[in-house]
Design a protein. Structure first.
Length: 372
């Protein structure tokens, strides 16, 4: 069937208009979830976080998570993830007027949506950046990372079921400070049983923190690979390709090309994706979304995908199969409206779909979906 377009704002009864970048994830029973801040034509954001959610039937619904959970209003965007170890969903964000607190909305089937102040719970320093949450399933731990307000230090709040704890990753590893306008992201490499945190330095280098069974470590991946520096994007994103046993980091370089840093058992390497695939020019300060489509019932050969914002204001894709990169201009192909900010994406391997979400220039949430 290929790629299709759905305007979730107009298709969902009662859905408000949106502002800032959405966050999205896949939960149990193949339910898709998108969270965003509502738009107010007078003040911009309304401080409320709304969830669009649907089952495999593609019937979308909406609810106000801040209202339901009794949580703090949000400053801008949020980040959502699942904690499969507990069967729960989590949304983390900084409070309204940039209060410096890491706030959490969390959901279980038994308790519904609830609110928590992770800064208070962990006795952690205030945040400068937007927080980012992810799970390391191999040890059953929730992890939330952010840049603290002083010194360019990256902090991690973690919970393995015994409450929230704070760790200064920069101090623990002796790493250099990050750029003052950067926000960290993280991912888990389950087969290696390692956690990874990425952030940009003021020199435009990709700084990696990684944790194995022994301790946290750090490395300058730009220096290690000789890759071009990162543009001034707030975040740098990474993912794991389990079928290949590799890690991948995609970003827009200072030279205007899409760049990839990738790791195998011989170490980190660099590859110029734009030069290889002849892709359209990416928006200079954008952050691509990368993911692997692992082999399965609907996907006999595993593929990699990089979804990004073009300088032309539309969503584009680079995809890899059997050693060759290809380009696909998804937005123009399906007549999608222009994108504001960056896309977010995930795969439903058991359903054989790829799912991309973004904010349009009309303050609407757009879904681009690929079916076999």
């Amino acid at each position: 069937m290929g790629w299709s377009l759905k305007n979730l704002t107009t298709a969902t009864s009662g859905a408000p208009h949106a502002v800032y970048q959405p966050t999205a994830w896949l939960f149990a029973q193949f339910t898709r979830h998108v969270v965003f801040q509502g738009y107010n034509s007078t003040t911009g954001g309304d401080g409320q976080l709304y969830e669009l959610y649907c089952s495999a039937s593609d019937d979308w619904n909406v609810k106000n998570l801040v209202s339901e959970a009794g949580g703090a209003p949000a400053a801008t965007n949020s980040n959502g993830y699942i904690w499969a170890h507990q069967g729960s969903q989590h949304v983390v964000y900084q409070g309204q007027r940039f209060d410096g607190h890491v706030h959490e909305l969390w959901y279980t089937e038994d308790d519904g949506w609830n609110a928590n102040d992770l800064t208070d719970a962990a006795g952690a320093p205030l945040t400068l950046s937007q927080p980012y949450g992810y799970e390391t399933y191999y040890d059953g731990t929730q992890r939330v990372v952010y840049q603290a307000q002083h010194g360019g230090h990256i902090h991690e709040l973690s919970n393995s079921g015994d409450g929230w704890h704070d760790l200064d990753l920069t101090a623990a590893t002796g790493a250099p400070p990050c750029a003052p306008d950067a926000a960290p992201t993280g991912y888990s490499f389950e087969d290696q049983q390692t956690a990874h945190v990425l952030v940009r330095t003021e020199l435009g280098h990709v700084l990696e923190f990684w944790k194995d069974a022994a301790a946290w470590h750090w490395g300058d991946l730009t220096a290690a690979t000789g890759a071009p520096v990162v543009s001034d994007a707030e975040t740098v994103n990474g993912y794991v390709f389990r079928g290949q046993g590799t890690q991948h980091i995609d970003y827009v370089g200072g030279n205007g090309h899409l760049q990839e840093l990738w790791w195998d058992t011989t170490g980190w390497h660099h590859f110029d994706l734009s030069a290889a695939a002849g892709a359209v020019t990416p928006y200079p300060t954008s952050s691509p979304a990368g993911y692997a489509f692992e082999a399965g019932l609907f996907q006999p050969v595993a593929t990699q995908h990089v979804i990004f914002t073009g300088r032309d204001g539309f969503v584009h894709e680079l995809w890899w199969r059997e050693g060759v990169w290809h380009t696909n201009d998804i937005g123009p192909l399906v007549g999608a409206p222009p994108i504001v900010g960056d896309p977010v994406a995930f795969v439903e391997v058991d359903e054989g779909t790829q799912n991309v979400f973004y904010l349009s220039d009309a303050h609407e949430i757009i879904e681009l979906r690929w079916r076999p």
